[in-house]
Design a protein around this ligand. Sequence first.
Ligand code: AMP
Length: 110
Amino acid sequence: MTIFTKIINKDLPANIVYEDELCLAFKDINPQAPVHVLLIPKKEIPSSQQIQKEDQNLMGHLMVKVPEIAKRLKLSSYRLVVNSGEDAGQTVFHIHIHILGGRKLAWPPG
Ligand code: AMP
């Protein structure tokens, strides 16, 4: 169980921008861009390495929600990031899609 489960269960406050029965999107507490939202499945999947065949519809659902949430956030351009594993910068082991935008983003990332 991670801090994100507490947010899902409303045991910890978060600035929620979208919620349905399968997923939750909320503002990152330490934003790296003017708009920085985390989109998570309610199912506890630690990281992309643990995505299984049975998660196909769930992960597809998250991707379908991305443009809807981006529109809600008034983002025309944005970057999706899924840090997977410690060396990739993952710090919370509940899979999450960062939605970053509101400024010009450099490439390649660090
Ligand atoms: P990652 O480093 O890819 O695992 O991303 C974890 C993200 O969760 C970081 O960007 C943190 O700022 C964010 N974060 C950690 N705790 C909270 C929280 N309580 N509410 C919102 N975002 C959080």
